[in-house]
Each structure stands twice: as structure tokens, then as C-alpha cells.
Design a protein around this ligand. Structure first.
Ligand code: ADP
Ligand code: ZN
Ligand code: ZN
Length: 677
């Protein structure tokens, strides 16, 4: 090798399933070498793709004639920081994926294109924006003592300090976050703050609050409904350190934030912090890792913390701060009652007690919310003459009746068809809907309350961009008497004039096989119940109400809900988990396999199970997934368990190494810390 190098070797990772670093030659003078953390455009197969430079070297083991030239280095974009690379490497390592498959999809698409037109345009646009920064908060309300203590504890924290903020619904956690943010902005002249929310529909509400509070601070939002152009701009604002507050959904955890000083995770228990495809990461867990790596405080807020976080708070790994009361003067937690559906038989899905409560709200001019976590008109239609039911012929699932759209739809493979006029098997014209979804409840309500202004909010009613926001706005403006919706309406929203919440059909979750079902049901019920009575004394002067329709009023879970008793519920559940040796007292991974035939998938998993053994790692028998077939593909899974996380990690690494050498047509993927088993 000659001493006078006129080129260097770029070591690059790419968005491919291959666990490899690729070498490319790049002509440059020694002083002008690209840096680690920069992006480069390189030839890969017949394509030109963006890669991330993870090393710059003098030489390569690749023979000279095989070595290809990199095509361009994106020098206009400052390098990603070593801390960001460490985050991506940790995520790749922990979730057992190649670094390139984690790092590159974490960047905006417009940084990864063969041309730089979009990138250059965004850079130019950002350069033109006002650089003035003023972290002074406006219109700061006085906190109550518990809030003040929490805000000071979070805002004044130094170094790695995870805090669990356990505050009942309406206790003013948002205000605590905002005032803690104000303290950090005042103390750290260049500091950045990351705030995560679980649900995209919650970003506008919080975004509005942040802008009103900090008009002189640049705010960037990152979530999945941004256009690529917007995402590029917001990501860059964060990457350049100009956006001081970054608000986003789970994907924002991979944002480049060179001056990050505080992380806030609102509703930390929410399942949507877990990515359910591709890199199945937990944004909450990565956030905690990121905070520790940077030695900064992190706050996890919830009315119903995840058992994982609760356990950490109990063991002292997290500091626990508690807000026991609602923040607004005179606002108290709603009274929760159970309506026994065996005694008070529902008509059109509503018991007479719930109808009476709705009528009372109508008379008083107050708002009501009905919660039913099932969209569509009816989950299935059937023929009473021959027993035919509307199965999806591609999935282990029913086709759901969507009456307003005159369609049957599979919610899993999106197969759609017209509603058959007669039974496909026997010709009977009298096909009946079974069960009810939000559309059917809406229809029943319209007949019961012809004068009421009724609004349904679910994934179907909010397909158009912006329509969800418009719907929530009209509720806030008081243009709705009865709101009916799925979990979309249950989380986080601060409805001021809502004094009644009716919960229609929560029982199914009581008997689920998923050991997390009761934790989730409890959280969901407390969340939706928490939408009621947030603004204090109602016009009628009464306490607001939550009515839960159930066939099992004696069930202990409902008892805890009625008493608003998270602490005892969580403690009992943790004890159960410990006795049954379940997470968080045990660590799990799940290998999934997909094949046209179930037997092929199971066979592959059996082969996988027999590849490697360890006395302290349990590999269970492969089983079909509970929804076995989706879109003509059969799915099976293999569960791995160990009492130690490092041990499981080490085992997985070795095991996957072997697994990757198995020749198979089965599509497989591994999930670490699975939540749906
Ligand atoms: P949480 O997120 O804990 O459910 P929010 O942050 O949405 O609660 O606050 C509930 C309501 O209480 C909001 O309307 C908020 O404006 C109000 N609020 C918060 N803190 C105070 C306070 N110190 N004084 C009066 N109202 C407050
Ligand atoms: Zn029939
Ligand atoms: Zn289907």
C-alpha cells in the first residue's frame, strides 16, 4: 500500500437484512476525509442506496478489483453524533437486528434519496427561519403543592434520574411537564427536550399548549402523518439543535437530538409505545436507555403505570412522585358504578340505567361519552337458516359489517366486499348482524335521542387527513352532546364539559389468554373514566359519573376500578406475576414464523428450537398464533424465557447466528420483550 493515499475506505452500513459493514473507496485528500456519522450514496447490487458511515479507514480487506467507489457523501448534512450512533447500535444489538436496518429507517426518507434536492431545499428553508430563542414561559398558572414539588423535582434533576410520575387522571401532569421544561430551558442555554405521547391525535392538543407557553421556542413535531417534506424539516431542526422541544410519537425516540437534556414520556403505560412490526422496539425502554447514556433525567407519567415501571418504582430504581388529586378547583374523580347486564337487560346495547343517565346529561346540557372498543356495525353477519357466517377466506377472522359503507371488511387483511343480498350457502335473504360495533350503537342512539347531536370517532370516521382533529375540535367547542368512540377517544383528551362516561362491553378482556389483558383493561378503563368531570363542578352541581355495563359485577378487577385503586391492583398483579414467573420477573423473546401452510412454519420452529440448548433458557414448544391465518399466510410462534436479561441476550445472539444459516423459505422474525403473546 502506498504511503500517499489519495483515497480512503468508507465503512458503511445499509438498510439490508445482512449483518455486514460494506467497504467503499472514496477519493479524497487526507484532510478532507468524510466523518463517521455522515451519509453516503453507494452502489449496492444494481441500485444506488444511502448508507451510514460507521468507520473511515486507510485500507480494506476487499480485493482492489472488487472494491467499488462511493458515489457521493452528503457533506451538507452534519454527522450524526456518536451518542446517536450508540443509541442505534444498542437498539440493533438489543433487538437482534443489523445496525443498518435500525439506523437508516430511523432517518427521514429525504436524506436517503439518490438526489439531494429535497434535503437542500429543507436546509435552505431552515436557514431562513428566525434563530431567536427565548425560553421564557407565558401565562404560567400557579401549581398546587403536589404539582410544584413534582415540577421542581423533575426540572431540578441532574444526571440520570428516572422518575415515575403517578398522577390520577386530571391531576395536571401536563402542567408539571411544562413547568419542568421551563426550568430546563432556563438552565440549559442550548438544551433540547424530547416529549413523547402515545397517540398521534394527542399531539395537536399538547402542541397548542407548548406553543402558547413557549412562544419564543422552536418546536418540532415528529409523527407518522407528517408529509416527507415536513418530516425532513422537523427532523433537521432537531438534528441541528435548533428545535428546543421535540414532540412526537414513538418513532421520535430515534430523532437526532445533539443537546438532549430531558425526556418526558406521557402515558408511559400505553401499548402504542411498542412498535409492532419491523424493528419491534419499545420507545419507552429506548428512552430510558438514552437518558442513562446521556446522564439526563427522564420522567415517565401515567395514571396507571405499566407494571414494569411500577416494579422499578417499588424497588427504588425509579423515583416515585405521586399526584393524588385533580388539579382543577373542585374537580373530583368521577363516581364509578357497575351496571349489571343480567339484571338490567340492554336494548340496542344500552341498559335502561345508562339511557337514563344519558337523558339527564341531555337535559342539563352536558356532554356524554360512550366507549366501545369495536368499530364497524357488527363484528359478523350470519345466516340463521344454515349457520353460515361471514368468515374472511384469507384470515382466521370474521368479515366485519360496515353498514353505512355497505361493505363487509376484514380488519386484518383489508379484504372488502359488498354485503351479500342472500346467504352464499343456502340463498336465505335474511342475514343477521351479530353483536355490535360503534356504528350500530350510533344508530341506536339516533333513534333513542333524535334531538341529540351525536358524533362517532373511530378509525372509520376519521380516515381523511385532519378529520380526527376537526372532530375533537367540535367536541371541545361543545357542538356534540353524545360522543361515541373507540380507544381513540379514551386517551389523554381534556374534555371540559363531559360529565358522563358509559363503557359498553369490556368483559371479553377479563377472560383473555394474554396475561397482560387485565393490566391493559384496568388501564383502559381508568383512562376512559378519567375523561369525565375534568372541569370541576358541573352545571347541575353533581359529581360526574362513569357507568360500566358488565355481566360480571363481582369481578375483582372491576372492584379495583370502582375504588380507583391502582396501587393495590398493581401490587396484587405484580405478586401474581412473580408467583407465576412472568414478566417483569422473567425475560422473553418470541420467534415468529410465517408460511403458506401451518405445518411448514411449525416444522421450522421445531428445527429452530433444537439448534441450541442452555440450562437456564427455556424454549417452549412451537404453537400456532391465536390468529393463525392472516392474508393466506399461517403463523406460528416459539417462546423463549430466561430469568436473566443478559443471559437471554447472549443466548439469542448465538442462536440467531445458527438460525441464519438454516436454509428455509419460511419468513421468520424475532421479537425481544414481546407484548402480545
Ligand atoms: P392529566 O394529564 O394528569 O390527566 P391534565 O394535564 O390534562 O391532566 O390536566 C387536567 C386539567 O387540569 C387541565 O384542564 C389543566 O388545564 C388543569 N390544570 C392543571 N394544573 C392546574 C392548576 N395548577 N390549577 C388549575 N388547573 C390546572
Ligand atoms: Zn344460509
Ligand atoms: Zn382477512
Amino acid at each position: 500500500m502506498s504511503g500517499l493515499l489519495n483515497h480512503c475506505i468508507l465503512q458503511v452500513v445499509l438498510d439490508t437484512p445482512l449483518h455486514a459493514v460494506f467497504d467503499y473507496r472514496w477519493p479524497c485528500a487526507a484532510a478532507e476525509r468524510p466523518q463517521v456519522g455522515q451519509l453516503a450514496l453507494v452502489p449496492f447490487g444494481r441500485r444506488e442506496v444511502a448508507g451510514l458511515i460507521v468507520g473511515v479507514a486507510d485500507s480494506s480487506d476487499v480485493p482492489e478489483d472488487k472494491l467499488k467507489d462511493a458515489l457521493a457523501v452528503r457533506s451538507q448534512l452534519s454527522p450524526l453524533s456518536p451518542q446517536w450512533l450508540a443509541l442505534a447500535s444498542f437498539a440493533a444489538d438489543y433487538y437482534q437486528r443489523p445496525l443498518g436496518e435500525v439506523a437508516l429507517p430511523g432517518l427521514p426518507k429525504n436524506t436517503r434519496l439518490p438526489t439531494t434536492v429535497a434535503l437542500d431545499r429543507a436546509l435552505k428553508k431552515l436557514a431562513k427561519l428566525d434563530t431567536a430563542h427565548d425560553g421564557t414561559p407565558l401565562n404560567v398558572p400557579a401549581l398546587n403543592p403536589a404539582q410544584q414539588q413534582a415540577a421542581d423535582a423533575i426540572g431540578g434533576a441532574q444526571g440520570y434520574l428516572p422518575t415515575l410520575l403517578h398522577g390520577v387522571t386530571g391531576s395536571g401532569k401536563t402542567e408539571v411537564y411544562l413547568q419542568a421544561c421551563a426550568q430546563v430551558l432556563a438552565r440549559e442555554p442550548d438544551g433540547q427536550i424530547l416529549i413523547l405521547v402515545p397517540e398521534i391525535n394527542l399531539t395537536p392538543q399538547l402542541e397548542g399548549n407548548i406553543r402558547a407557553r413557549f412562544p419564543g421556542v422552536m418546536l418540532a413535531t415528529l409523527h407518522s402523518s407528517l408529509s416527507e417534506g415536513e418530516r425532513m424539516l422537523h427532523w433537521l431542526a432537531a438534528h441541528q439543535g435548533r428545535a428546543r422541544i421535540v414532540l412526537g410519537t414513538r418513532l421520535a425516540i430515534l430523532a437526532s437530538l445533539p443537546a438532549l437534556k430531558l425526556i418526558v414520556i406521557d402515558e408511559e403505560h400505553d401499548p402504542s409505545y411498542k412498535q409492532q412490526e419491523g424493528l419491534r422496539y419499545s420507545a419507552r425502554d429506548l428512552a430510558v436507555w438514552r437518558a442513562r447514556q446521556l446522564a439526563i433525567p427522564i420522567v415517565l407519567g401515567s395514571a396507571t403505570p405499566s407494571l414494569e415501571s411500577w416494579q422499578h418504582a417499588q424497588s427504588g430504581r425509579y423515583r416515585l412522585l405521586t399526584l393524588r388529586e385533580r388539579a382543577v378547583q373542585n374537580a373530583v374523580l368521577p363516581r364509578i358504578s357497575l351496571l349489571d347486564m343480567e339484571r338490567d337487560k340492554p336494548q340496542d346495547g344500552l341498559t335502561s340505567a345508562l339511557v337514563a343517565a344519558l337523558r339527564l346529561r341531555m337535559e342539563r346540557g352536558e356532554q356524554s361519552l360512550l366507549f366501545l372498543n369495536r368499530r364497524g356495525y357488527a363484528p359478523v353477519i350470519c345466516c340463521e337458516a344454515c349457520g353460515w357466517i361471514s368468515n374472511c377466506h384469507r384470515c382466521t377472522a370474521y368479515m366485519v359489517l360496515h353498514r353505512p359503507e355497505h361493505r363487509l371488511r376484514c380488519h386484518h387483511c383489508s379484504l372488502e366486499m359488498r354485503i351479500p343480498r342472500h346467504c352464499p350457502d343456502c340463498g336465505n335473504v335474511d342475514l343477521q348482524p351479530l353483536g355490535r360495533g360503534t356504528q350500530r350503537v350510533e344508530e341506536g342512539l339516533q333513534q333513542l335521542f333524535p334531538d341529540a347531536r351525536i358524533l362517532r370517532i373511530d378509525a372509520d370516521s376519521t380516515r381523511r387527513k385532519g378529520s380526527a382533529q376537526a372532530a375533537f375540535d367540535s367536541v371541545h367547542r361543545g357542538e356534540v352532546d353524545i360522543l361515541i368512540g373507540t380507544q381513540m377517544v379514551a386517551k389523554g383528551h381534556d374534555f371540559k364539559n363531559l360529565t358522563l362516561v358509559g363503557i359498553l362491553n369490556p368483559d371479553t378482556a377479563l377472560f383473555s389468554q394474554d396475561y397482560r389483558a387485565s393490566e391493559r383493561l384496568f388501564a383502559q378503563l381508568m383512562q376512559v373514566a378519567g375523561r369525565a368531570g375534568r372541569a370541576g363542578q358541573s352545571a347541575g352541581g353533581s359529581v360526574s359519573e362513569v357507568l360500566i355495563q358488565t355481566r360480571y359485577p363481582q369481578h375483582p378487577l372491576y372492584g379495583s376500578v370502582v375504588r380507583h385503586d391502582y396501587d393495590n391492583f398493581a401490587t396484587a398483579l405484580l405478586e401474581e406475576r412473580q408467583q407465576a414467573a412472568l414478566p417483569p420477573f422473567l425475560y422473553q423473546a418470541l420467534l415468529r414464523a410465517e408460511a403458506p401452510e401451518l405445518a411448514t412454519a411449525v416444522e421450522f420452529l421445531t428445527q429452530a428450537r433444537d439448534l441450541l440448548a442452555h440450562p437456564d433458557v427455556t424454549l417452549h414448544d412451537p404453537i400456532p398464533m391465536s390468529m393463525t391465518r392472516v392474508h393466506n399466510v399461517d403463523r406460528a410462534q416459539l417462546l423463549l424465557e430466561a430469568a436473566s436479561r443478559p443471559l437471554l441476550q447472549a443466548f439469542l445472539k448465538e442462536w440467531l447466528h445458527l438460525l441464519r444459516t438454516v436454509k428455509t423459505r419460511v419468513k421468520w422474525s424475532l421479537e425481544v420483550d414481546p407484548v402480545d403473546i
